[in-house]
Design a protein around this ligand. Structure first.
Ligand SMILES: Nc1nc2c(ncn2[C@@H]2O[C@H](COP(=O)(O)OP(=O)(O)OP(=O)(O)O)[C@@H](O)[C@H]2O)c(=O)[nH]1
Ligand SMILES: [Mg+2]
Length: 1077
């Protein structure tokens, strides 16, 4: 786009003209063209074109100088602009100095004074820098510095009014950083440079309409560019773009691009999504092998859209089909699609320490080529998802059936901030890839790079399937990399051994006891389950390099092998009925259309069943969609089970608005006009921001600003819905009110109608305050009063976020607590009716990663009148404990011990029996093992009354728990209710048969014969074998048969995994009880 060199070098004269001139450079900018200036303004404009710059000419111009608005000096071979020329041209609006021999320092100082200058053309000169004076030209709107040798825009970066910027054919390597302030920029041409990336700053450039970044070295197109609301044309051909982001744009922000040119790049996956937003899509000369129906099915057949895919190694559709245009491609793909089988896919979570190479790994895997993430805009936050399809290797040579594994890859940001929010998503079935950087690995860093991630994963559940991946192989010699991997392997097996030892010790301690209470039994059962570690770690560390694309064939093979493992993933790769796929497509489409793609279950059920019928299959299909990452449905979380998230990425985006490690930096923004319309100016924004960052208290309006990208600021009802979802569904916080400048009341009382109207919310995750002195002032005087103390000890690891969730639950009205203080590790509250204070806090153990959570109640009643009875305290404590147990249910891999403190010596010497308190309840006192004192059991277990049942029953009812797993009619009423409340099965055996022999041996064995008898039971079934010692062999046989019959009726049809050491233990107990009789 070089301007024509004007070589007419006449020495003639000065020409002044009132005719507006055509303006080649700004061809694209029609709306800015001088021709389109309001007529009045146009008439007044005086243009001056000079064909000669001898002193004589300049002198002649002087008299006009004060009135000249346009000065054209192009193609005059001038090497410097005389100061005298511009010094008096104060009205100058346009200055054209193109096609000269100007270089750095050749512009006059007087240029700075041209406050009216709107347009400056310096193209085709010899500048190596932008003239520093330009920043002073505050009104400059159009700047052309193309065809120079400029490397950076420094010197012009402050020109906030810039609308058209032409910098093509220079030596820029970085540009976007310097554009950050040009929020009015509409046209940007930076083609033919060495620019490597389109920086995050593009987000600021919301006015952009026309962008040309072709002929650079760009490798990735950021999502943000597609989110620009006014973008019409994007030219990005002749770059090294390998990937087009897989993004979703809320429907209200979607608009059509008239043209998108991605020709001559290295894109290997057909970016079908772009067809839903582009009239003309050019993908010529890339590396695309196939177009797929899924990404094109939403294209409107009637439109005159254009798709150009010439010069790609395309296999489907065949070339002749492509040559006939988009419609023929659509026809072809639709037909082919009809006989393609679809198999169930799987999720793959990629976790690991920050900068361990997760995103690079994922990108390389997705793109099937080396891809390093670049620091600027690919630094992760939250979760990013990608979909990949792998063709599975045929099972045998005859197997001609092509099976495709659909992998939904979730790239988790490694920042420790996310450990808590990401727990929600860490679920089976999935393959977990744990990455660590082999180059920076040292023996000392094992815990930090690998160990802590196992702690994190296994706390949630020990059923994890893990691939260990060492990255950065290119930076090490082979023997070094191998040494690192073998060390990691050894350390990991030591780590797991240690984990086992801890549990085994606990088990041994219980087994030694003479009396095994139901609580201990329960603990025993949990420990045993933990011991039967179901998680699978690939035996060898896979070494990869995302820089050189090494090791990815092994990764693919390992993924395929795991996905094919029916024991680990029984449903993966099963054939999906077409009916399910219809539902899937329908939901996917719906999800992409809704601004808030969340449905409440009842509506969802009504809609899907109304359309497709088959009500009885709905849960199964929904579960399938959830397991394959198409939707999110947290059916294990009572507060969330009623919501179906039709588009997972939407939830991740919502999370990213608030839960992000770099929130502080992200909040350094200028407020938009839209915010001002709801009364938030910059000053207010700053003060609300500070309130949030320092107190963890977020204002509703501030939250609205944070979400404005996803929910337009005027959409109040959508915002209210999200707010409810966050506070009630996700239990992120609770309402508070501001009392004075520095004080808050942490309790908002409902109005007469029971509605809570709140404008501020406390989010415990952001509450960084330490315990205040005021807490001790109220707490300390009660030191010697009646107390009830329950403890939850986590000997190994307390999963992050537990306390925060608990604190939100404790705040619920059902608990009747009035919060007095809430700090980073604790809450302090008073009961609303009883005179009791409660403090819940946790302390990290100094010598290990373990922690102790302490629930302490202290009586505050007037001592002389009447002390608060222990039973009343239990009435407050028990619901809190049960709430906590409910949270623990989601962390089946977490080792936790429940204890009660001795009211005398204050050591945690009693087992916490709040779940199964039968035994101690029968006693009046119990001796403390630490001090020997007899302790009133009222302080150790909740009183044995119907009341306890009621508490549990109420809790179970209000939380709408699912039915109990067990339906054993022999289970006593209270136990059954408890089981209901906790959603676990409890086994209660009837009394033993009257005459048990003195010594017996019970062996529980897998019996393969039984499997044959019951073909539908896939797990080995257990048979009991009983040996008895009696006087005569006949008597032994008879007795053994009796016992077998009794035990057999209990266990014969029980699956191996259900029958564990608890039952064995139970049998032992029965026997020993009988012995003692
Ligand atoms: N040479 C080399 N560099 C790598 C490799 N993998 C990652 N890197 C570089 O390491 C840095 C971090 O990589 P990322 O992939 O962003 O790391 P991450 O684990 O996603 O980081 P977070 O998302 O912030 O937790 C980047 O600068 C990458 O270019 C590799 O295999 N070889
Ligand atoms: Mg990352």
């Amino acid at each position: 786009m070089s301007a024509k060199r004007r070589t007419r070098s006449t020495k003639e004269h000065v020409v002044t003209s009132y005719r507006p001139m055509t303006h080649l450079q700004f061809e694209g900018a029609r709306h800015l063209h001088p021709e389109r200036l309001p007529t009045k303004q146009k008439e007044k404009t005086a243009s001056l074109r000079i064909f000669d710059v001898t002193k004589n000419t300049v002198d002649k111009v002087q008299p006009y100088a004060g009135t000249i608005r346009r000065l054209m000096l192009s193609g005059l071979k001038i090497t410097s602009v005389p100061d005298s020329l511009t010094c008096r041209m104060l009205l100058l609006e346009r200055l054209d100095l193109s096609e000269n021999m100007l270089g750095d320092g050749s512009l006059p100082d007087s240029l700075q004074a041209l406050v009216n200058l709107r347009e400056l053309n310096l193209s085709g000169n010899k500048f190596s820098k932008v003239p520093a004076k330009l920043n002073k030209l505050k009104n400059l709107m159009r700047l052309d510095v193309s065809h120079n040798n400029i490397e950076s825009l420094r010197g012009a970066e402050k020109l906030r009014r810039m609308q058209v910027l032409v910098v093509n054919n220079n030596r820029f390597t970085v540009l976007f950083k310097d554009l950050a302030q040009m929020r009015k920029l509409e046209i940007l041409d930076c083609s033919c440079n060495n620019i490597r990336e389109i920086g995050v700053e593009i987000r600021n450039l919301q006015a952009l309409k026309d962008v040309n970044v072709s002929d650079n070295r760009i490798t990735v197109l950021p999502v943000d560019i597609f989110k620009l609301p006014l973008l019409e044309s994007l030219k990005a051909s002749h770059n090294q773009i390998s990937k087009v982001p897989n993004f979703t744009i809320p429907p209200q922000n979607r608009h059509w691009l008239s043209e998108l040119d991605l020709s001559e790049n290295v894109i290997n996956k057909f970016p079908g999504l772009l067809l839903t937003m582009t009239k003309k899509l050019y993908l010529r000369a890339n590396k695309i092998k196939a177009l797929n129906w899924n990404s094109m099915k939403n294209v409107d057949w009637q439109t005159d859209q254009e798709l150009v895919v010439d010069d790609n190694p395309l296999k489907t559709p065949p070339r002749d089909v492509c040559d006939c245009g988009l419609k023929s491609m659509l026809h072809y793909l639709k037909e082919v699609q009809a006989d393609v089988s679809v198999y169930q896919g799987i999720k793959m979570f990629v976790i690991g320490s920050p900068e361990s190479g997760k995103t690079s790994f994922v990108n390389s895997l997705v793109d099937n080529q080396a891809r390093l993430s670049t620091e600027l805009y690919e630094k992760s936050s939250g979760i990013e998802t990608y979909d990949v399809e792998f063709e599975c290797t045929p099972m045998s040579e005859e197997d001609t059936h092509l099976r495709v594994l659909q992998l939904s890859i979730w790239d988790f940001c490694g920042n420790p901030f996310y450990l808590s929010p990401h727990y929600l998503f860490l679920e089976q079935p999935a393959i977990v890839v744990l990455t660590f950087n082999m180059k920076t690995y040292t023996s000392e860093s094992f815990d930090k790079m690998v160990g802590c991630w196992f702690d994190w994963m296994l706390a949630k559940s020990n059923k994890q399937v893990v691939l260990l991946v060492g990255t950065n192989k290119d930076k090490l010699k082979l023997h070094e990399a191998k040494a690192v991997c073998s060390e990691v392997k050894t350390r990991l097996s030591d780590y797991l051994k240690k984990q086992r030892e801890i549990i085994e010790k606990k088990l041994a301690a219980i087994e030694k006891l003479k009396n095994i209470s139901p609580t201990l039994q329960d603990q025993f059962k949990t420990y045993t389950t933990l011991l039967q570690s179901k998680f699978t770690v690939q035996s060898e560390v896979i070494m990869i390099s995302s820089a050189e694309f090494i090791g990815f064939d092994i990764i693919r093979a390992s993924i395929e092998k795991l996905a094919n493992d029916k024991k680990l993933f029984p449903d993966v790769l099963r054939l999906i009925p077409t009916f399910w796929l219809d539902v899937e497509n329908y939901i996917e489409e719906k999800g992409s259309q809704e601004i808030v793609p969340v449905m409440e279950w009842d509506d969802y059920e009504k809609e899907i069943v109304g359309k497709f019928g088959m009500k009885h299959l709905l849960k199964m299909i929904t579960q399938y969609l959830h397991e394959t990452g198409k939707i999110l449905w947290f059916q294990k979380y009572p507060s969330l089970e009623k919501y179906v998230f039709l588009r997972p990425s939407w939830l991740f985006d919502i999370n990213k608005c608030l839960f992000r490690h770099d929130l502080k930096e992200k909040l350094n923004v200028d407020v938009e006009d839209a915010f001002k319309s709801i009364g938030i100016n910059q000053v207010k924004f700053e003060s609300l921001k500070n309130e949030f960052l320092s107190q963890g208290i977020i204002d509703k309006e501030f939250l609205r600003c944070l979400f404005s990208q996803l929910v337009p600021i005027e959409e109040t009802s959508n915002f209210q819905f999200i707010l409810k979802l966050l506070m009630e569904g996700f239990e992120c916080g609770y309402p508070v009110t501001k009392v004075s400048r520095t004080e808050y009341d942490l309790n908002v009382e409902p109005d007469d109608k029971g509605n809570v109207k709140a404008t501020k919310f406390l989010l415990p995750w952001f509450r960084i305050l330490e315990e205040a002195e005021s807490v001790q002032e109220l707490w300390q005087p009660l030191e010697e009063r009646r107390r009830l103390v329950a403890l939850c000890k986590f000997p190994k690891y307390m999963p992050p976020g537990m306390f925060e969730t608990l604190s939100v639950r404790c705040h619920r009205s059902g608990h009747n607590l009035r919060f007095l203080s809430h700090w980073n590790r604790g809450i302090h509250a008073r009961h609303k009716t009883l005179k009791v204070q409660i403090k819940i806090s946790y302390t990290q153990m100094l010598d290990s990663e373990g922690a102790t959570l302490r629930f302490e109640m202290r009586d505050e009643a007037d001592k002389d009148v009447e002390e608060t009875p222990a039973s009343a305290m239990w009435g407050i404590l028990l619901p809190v404990l049960i709430d906590f147990e409910d949270i623990l249910q989601g962390f089946s891999g977490t080792l936790v011990e429940r204890l009660m403190e001795c009211p005398h010596c204050r050591s945690a010497s009693f087992i916490g029996e709040w779940l199964t308190p039968k035994e101690t309840q029968n006693m009046a006192t119990r001796p403390c093992e630490a001090c020997g004192e007899q302790v009133d059991t009222a302080f150790l277990v909740q009183p044995r009354e119907k009341k306890r049942d009621d508490v549990l029953f109420q809790l179970a009812k209000t939380r709408r728990r699912r039915a109990a797993i067990t339906t054993d009619p022999q289970l006593p009423h209270a136990a059954r209710q408890l089981a209901n409340a906790r959603r676990v099965a409890t086994f209660v055996l009837p009394p033993p048969p009257s005459a048990l022999p003195p010594i017996i041996e019970v062996r529980l064995e897998d019996n393969p014969n039984l499997i044959e008898k019951e073909p539908d039971v896939s797990e080995p079934v257990v048979e009991t074998q009983v040996k008895v010692k009696e006087e005569s062999p006949e008597a032994e046989n008879d007795m053994a048969a009796d016992i077998s019959q009794f035990l057999g009726s209990r266990f014969a049809h029980m699956r191996r995994d259900k029958l564990n050491r608890v039952e064995e233990l139970h049998l032992k107990m029965l026997i020993s009880e009988d012995e003692s009789n």
